[in-house]
Design a protein around this ligand. Structure first.
Ligand code: PXG
Length: 442
């Protein structure tokens, strides 16, 4: 007991860190103690530029006053209200604001607390929708290789990341996968959408033929795959997926957890690509990452299919204790205000040429085998050290942090997704720093 009480507050052992090399971290911790706008402050007082908007979520930059104040005010006024069978005003206000800015026809919003929960919610809505319409034989879900849809069982089942799946048993049954669209041999160093690979969407036709369309409920894809290294859809690919889904009565789900709220230079990837899904999952940027929240957008027809049966009956047996939590809604409303006042939902489109030029100037630096970009997202793919995949990019990550820049790595790919408030000068600073880092790592 005494031992426990005597533990130093900064003992690192109790906290089992998520998606982290725990032993490595605890030997050489990297601690962030404060943040403002484009920068973190590390515990040694160094400023660290945020090259990744936290984990793709702090789109308006850090500690924005309007959001902070809204959270403080809401916490003092109505801290919590039951999410089931009760309401509170700002959850309706926030849903209306979101619906008003969503792609055409996505009139209804279901709140969750994370991207993972948004995905589970979307998959359940898709299955239950078909059943509510008397088409309950549609039980199959189609995902894609290299897809990331969070870490819960539905999400890892439709997801396509081997290490996120292999330890966890049988997962969901009735799931199949499209091939991923990453074709470096044909598309390396493309600026924006690659030319080659739209025909990979036709694989959906093959999968549907194999299982018969009458068994397929939904297809879920990230419009731009983020976590597995920024895989940008080939020109025409998403439109083709939409057409095949329409032809067979299959719902199309876009996982916009990363692409939502301005990352590509339009409010959603659906707007950017001109392809509207039936269901759209979001999280992260919905509250600027400040309070956990997710929002699933649903077309009117899908929502309305549930609204039958006796009126005292619950229509959809799903929801979370914190669905539409008042403080999260307050943070979300203030976030939308900030995005709107500062034009952040379209700012990436103004910066994307400068961003692309800066990123692609890294071509020819040591080990760089591909560079990809879209909106304010970029990836620099490094050649792996033979027999030691991920090691080179991880060294770059450590070196960059030492030099005051936070980047993300996945495999041997460096991913960049700065807050949308970044200036052109800061883009240049970031890329120059990264250039030095690339020249330093083995
Ligand atoms: N869908 C997509 C497309 C995502 O990118 C999730 C769902 C799950 O969200 P939650 O809120 O449950 O984590 C995500 C999350 C990275 C990285 O560095 C990406 C995510 C999370 C953490 C790190 O690529 N994406």
């Amino acid at each position: 007991m005494l031992d426990r009480l005597n533990k130093k507050p900064n003992d690192l052992s109790a906290f089992w860190m998520p998606f982290t090399a725990n032993r490595q971290f605890k030997q050489a911790p990297r601690m962030l103690v404060a943040a403002q706008d484009m920068h973190y402050t590390a515990d040694d007082g160094r400023k660290v530029m945020d090259g990744t908007a936290g984990l793709w979520c702090v789109n308006a930059g850090h500690c924005r006053p309007k959001i902070t104040e809204a959270i403080q005010k809401q916490a003092a006024e109505l801290d919590y209200a039951p999410a089931f069978q009760m309401g509170h005003p700002i959850v309706f206000e926030f849903a209306n604001r979101l619906a008003a800015m969503s792609p055409e026809g996505m009139d209804h919003v279901f709140f969750t607390n994370s991207g993972s929960e948004s995905v589970e919610t979307a998959l359940k809505i898709a299955l239950a929708y078909h059943r509510a319409r008397g088409d309950g034989s549609r039980f199959r879900l189609i995902g894609r290789e290299r897809g990331y849809h969070g870490v819960n069982f539905g999400g890892i089942s439709v997801g396509g990341i081997v290490s996120n799946r292999k330890m966890f048993g049988t997962l969901l049954t009735g799931v199949d996968h499209l091939p991923h669209t990453h074709l470096p041999a044909k598309n390396a160093f493309t600026r924006g959408e690659p030319e080659h690979g739209a025909d990979l969407a036709d694989e959906l036709e093959r999968i549907v033929t194999l299982h018969d369309a009458s068994t397929v409920a939904a297809v879920i894809v990230e419009p731009v795959a983020g976590s597995t290294g920024v895989l940008i859809p080939p020109k025409g690919y998403l439109k083709r997926l939409r057409e095949i889904c329409d032809k067979h009565g299959i719902l199309l789900i876009f996982d916009e957890v990363i692409t939502g709220f301005g990352r590509l230079g339009a409010p959603f990837a659906a707007d950017y690509f001109g392809v509207v899904p039936d269901i759209m999952t979001t999280a992260k940027g919905v509250t600027n990452g400040v309070i956990p929240m997710g929002a699933v957008f649903v077309k009117k027809e899908i929502h309305d299919a549930f609204m039958n049966g006796p009126e005292h009956m619950i229509e959809f047996f799903h929801g979370y204790t914190y669905s539409g939590n008042p403080i999260a809604c307050a943070a979300g409303l203030a976030t939308l205000d900030t995005y709107q006042e500062e034009g952040l939902l379209t700012r990436a489109s103004e910066l994307s040429d400068h961003w692309a030029d800066a990123l692609h100037s890294l071509k020819g630096e040591p080990h760089v085998i591909d560079i990809r970009n879209i909106g304010l997202v970029g990836a620099i793919e490094l050649e792996s050290i033979p027999g030691e995949p991920t090691k080179r990019a991880f060294s770059a990550f450590l070196k960059a942090f030492e030099r005051g820049l936070l980047i993300r790595t996945t495999g041997d790919i460096i991913a960049l997704s700065p807050p949308l408030i970044i200036t052109k000068g800061q883009i240049d600073e970031m890329i120059d720093n990264l250039r030095d880092v690339l020249r330093m790592v083995d």
